[in-house]
Design a binder for this molecule. Structure first.
Ligand SMILES: *Cc1c(COP(=O)(O)O)cnc(C)c1O
Length: 353
């Protein structure tokens, strides 16, 4: 049945092992991020198999799926006040930036008889989550000392997610300075100094990378084989852990330019087409309900995606490396957004190889 995504668990595990070895050598613990594959337990199990100690997720719905897995669990997205009970129940550590949220976590943790661990996020200018004013950070830590049931065990930052800010050694040094200041002011030794996500990976090659940074939270390198500061491939990893297959339902020579007066397409956009004469056009039974076109990388480099709608994709297969026929499949590697799309679409079959 198509469309389907082939998930190569051995390749995924290889990617984790390659990165883990490098991190181990540098004394850095890596959190295995599972949100891009919807916290799928079969895939997440490879984090455990590869020897990771911690899984990190942005959604509690996904952490619930992983509840039976004997591994430390981190909630990456700042908790909603409406989900505090489940945060305490399903995660061991959460990332936070709001004192009021910490107060609620404290009350609930006491209620459940637990101690919940907290990593405070600092914003260095990427302008997604995190405490922006350093004094606010110290004030939150001071206040948290009076809150039973929670413990601030680390600080972290997140870059290249919203503002596309590239991590630098200077960002890492800022984190280290905050760690030292926390030690000075409160005599607290923080366990986790978390230097970022797949975009901070490239800094490991820099001699000035401070040894105090002892944690990264990694998803994309494991699933795509790429670091994300510059989009470079990571040596020894695979970029085809996830491969999407779609079936051809029509194959005909047709013009490249629509015939008739031009209005708007199915999504209200005014398309622009170039007249290249006749071409061999394939329609695949796959559409926006399965995955966005932007998230796909054609494996046959001789063909081209022309566009698509909810349930159809139109391709120019004139220059194809194969002679396609109706009933054949077209294969794609997936970018981060593509993996997110296929893993959240109930229409895409998941096949483990
Ligand atoms: C998603 C996420 C990560 C992982 O990012 P990748 O680019 O997939 O490595 C790390 N930290 C936080 C807070 C996240 O939301």
């Amino acid at each position: 049945m198509y469309p389907r995504v082939l998930i190569d668990l051995a390749k995924f595990r290889n990617n984790i092992e390659i990165v883990k070895k490098e991190m181990d050598d540098k004394g850095i613990e890596v959190f295995g991020v599972s949100k891009v594959f919807s916290g799928n337990p079969i895939i997440a199990k490879e984090y455990l198999n590869a020897g990771l100690k911690t899984i990190a997720e942005s959604r509690l719905d996904n952490l619930k799926k992983l509840n039976d897995m004997n591994i430390q669990k981190v909630l990456l997205r700042l908790p909603m006040h409406s989900e505090i009970e489940d945060v305490i129940r399903y995660s061991d550590i959460s990332l936070n930036s709001e004192l009021n949220t910490l107060k609620l976590l404290s009350q609930e943790a006491i209620k459940q008889g637990k101690v919940h661990n907290v990593i405070l996020m600092v914003d260095f200018g990427d302008l997604r989550e995190g405490i922006y004013e350093e004094e606010e950070l110290y004030s939150i830590i001071r206040n948290s000392l009076n809150l039973d049931g929670i413990k601030v065990i680390g600080i972290g930052t997140n870059l290249t997610c919203f503002g596309a800010v590239i991590p630098k050694i200077s960002h890492m040094n800022k984190l280290v300075n905050i760690k030292k200041e926390v030690k000075n002011r409160f005599d607290i030794e923080l366990d986790y100094i978390s230097g970022g996500n797949s975009s901070s990976y490239y800094l490991l090659g820099n001699d000035e990378f401070p040894q105090e940074i002892n944690n990264l939270r990694i998803g994309e390198i494991f699933v795509c084989g790429r670091e994300t500061a510059f989009g470079n491939r990571v040596k020894g990893t695979y970029d085809d852990v996830f491969v999407m297959e779609a079936e051809i339902i029509e194959l005909k020579v047709k013009p490249s330019f629509p015939i008739g007066e031009s209005g708007v397409d199915a999504f209200g956009n005014k398309p622009v087409y170039i007249d290249k004469g006749n071409m061999l056009r394939a329609i695949c039974a796959i559409g926006r309900q399965d995955v966005g076109i932007d998230g796909l990388i054609l494996i046959d480099e001789g063909i081209e995606i022309l566009g698509g709608s909810s349930d159809h994709m139109i391709l120019d297969v004139t220059g194809g490396k194969r002679q396609y026929k109706v009933g054949d499949t077209i294969k794609f590697k997936l970018k981060y957004g593509g993996i997110l799309g296929v893993m959240t679409s109930e229409y895409v079959k998941k096949i483990y190889v």
